[in-house]
Design a protein around this ligand. Structure first.
Ligand SMILES: C[S@@+](CC[C@H](N)C(=O)[O-])C[C@H]1O[C@@H](n2cnc3c(N)ncnc32)[C@H](O)[C@@H]1O
Length: 469
């Protein structure tokens, strides 16, 4: 996703004339279009959908990489691509949504993936217009692309650091840029944007109940993977680039794909063997199952989620990992005090949030949220925390985490919940004991921690650790 200035097309690409595109489009472009449509129209998460599609369709490694690059790139740079298309099409907004998507795919390749020759982009795009059922619009699309090839200088990446330029250059909405600039200042904001603009490593944890981390690392090295140790937790490994670990490692329950900052949340919760833990928003079970692994599968982890279909995912994960102490439970987290007394040693509220710390993996989130949706999520998070605080045993631990970077959620929620729950205290010492030196500067409110992607190349996360008295 690194930005490159629009490339000048070669002479061969400037010729106009017959419309290419007699062959069918490559499977990569067809699948990329299908995924983009489902993300935009059905609200699917791009990272889950990509993984599912790539799992079920037989595509080559090269195509996997291209599909991933196209889907993430188009989702991340939609405003810039829309602006680029509008420079060559008078009424682009009147084109059917699928044809616009096809044009975004084309312009993403022309502007960002300059290794793909423009004539290949042209013929692939026209073939895609055909198979998508828009043959009558082939001439229009051909005209738009050929005009670009003749006059590429009409579209320019804006320079300068004003919000409009940054927004187009990095694909982050202006309201969010303002929030981040106010919170982090100019320098840190630019570091954050630069990090969000490059593909993240793929992190996963090793199930130490089944296999040793070094064994997994060595097995991957033997198969030609570039694999490193994690930087925050001892169970973590990371793959460089957009590679994916072998399917059988997952099937055998050896590993679980999870960002390292998410793993770190479980370290801060610090569940111990034999304890009773409740995870109040737990699907698909990433943290609940990690808690069980760290508890050596003794004690109990009640894994609650409000969505039945998502609780099914927890069950599948529990089975895959061979765990016995996780109890998947369908319930609204706000109703917990009706079902339980003050009986849990530790409770985790890994709350539904705007997810803006994960936009490298789910680029679409940046355009799904607004200041209003953030405020609504913050209100839900407060309710969930209020309820969770009532089922922690006296002296027990409550952890609140999100994978987002907005102060209305996160610190804003902590402040309000503290103000109305005298039984809750931020656990400043406990939190500090988990935080490595490199992250100490991110403790703004003692007892809480904000992790930024540029710190350790992980997702952006917020974690607060409370004691309940
Ligand atoms: C950030 S995700 C949890 C991720 C999970 N902890 C993990 O590590 O795999 C938030 C979850 O909250 C659930 N959720 C949303 N509203 C809820 C509510 N009122 N009560 C319980 N769960 C809720 C969503 O279904 C979603 O699965």
């Amino acid at each position: 996703m690194t930005h490159q200035p629009p490339g000048k097309p070669s002479g061969a690409n400037r010729q106009s004339g017959t419309i290419p595109g007699k062959k069918g489009p490559s499977p990569a472009r067809r699948l990329a279009l299908e995924i983009l449509k489902r993300v935009e129209e059905k609200g699917a998460y791009s990272n889950y959908l990509l993984r599912a599609v790539l799992d079920e369709r037989p595509v080559s490694d090269a195509d996997r990489r291209l599909i991933t690059e196209l889907v993430y790139g188009v989702l991340a740079h939609r405003p810039y691509l829309a602006y680029a298309v509008s420079q060559y099409a008078k009424h682009a907004e009147r084109l059917p949504a699928d044809v616009r998507r096809i044009l975004y795919l084309a312009f993403y390749q022309l502007l960002f993936l300059t290794r793909i020759p423009p004539y290949a982009v042209l013929s692939e795009t026209l073939a895609l217009v055909d198979t998508a059922g828009f043959t009558p619009l082939k001439k229009v699309v051909n005209g738009i692309l050929r005009t670009y090839l003749r006059e590429p200088e009409r579209v320019r990446l804006p320079e300068g650091d004003d919000p409009e330029a940054l927004s187009l250059r990095y694909g982050v909405p202006q309201w969010l840029l303002e929030v981040w600039r106010e919170r982090y200042g100019d320098e840190e904001l630019l570091r954050l944007l630069a990090t969000l603009d490059v593909p993240p490593p793929l992190n996963f944890r090793v199930n130490l109940l089944r296999v040793d981390r070094e064994f997994v690392r060595q097995s991957l090295l033997d198969r030609g993977y570039t694999v490193e140790h994690g930087r925050l937790v001892p169970e973590a490994l990371r793959l460089k680039g957009r590679g994916f670990p072998p399917r059988e490692f997952l099937d055998r329950g050896w590993i679980t794909i999870q960002d390292e900052a998410a793993m770190f949340v479980v370290h801060v919760l610090d569940p111990r063997p034999g304890e009773r833990i409740l995870d109040c928003c737990s699907a698909p079970g990433g943290k609940a199952t990690f808690a069980a692994e760290r508890m050596r599968d003794t004690g109990e982890v009640v894994a609650v989620d409000v969505h039945e279909s998502r609780v099914r995912r927890i069950r599948e994960e529990v089975e895959r990992l061979g765990l016995s102490i996780v109890v998947p439970t369908v319930r609204d987290g706000r109703d917990l005090p009706r079902a339980y007394g003050r009986e849990f040693d530790r409770v985790l509220v890994d709350a539904p949030c705007s997810g803006l710390g994960t936009i490298r993996r789910r680029p679409e989130l940046r355009y799904r949220h607004t200041p209003e949706s953030v405020r609504e999520l913050a209100a839900l998070q407060r309710e969930l925390l209020d309820a969770a605080a009532q089922i922690v045993r006296p002296g027990g631990v409550l952890v609140y985490s999100t994978c987002t970077l907005t102060p209305d959620e996160n610190e804003g929620v902590v402040r309000e919940v503290l103000a109305r729950n005298p039984a809750l205290k931020l656990d400043e010492e406990g939190m500090a004991s988990f935080v490595p030196a490199v992250l100490r500067k991110r403790i703004r409110m003692p007892g809480t921690l904000e992790i930024l992607p540029q710190d350790l190349d992980v997702d952006g996360f917020f974690i607060a650790r409370f004691r309940v008295w």
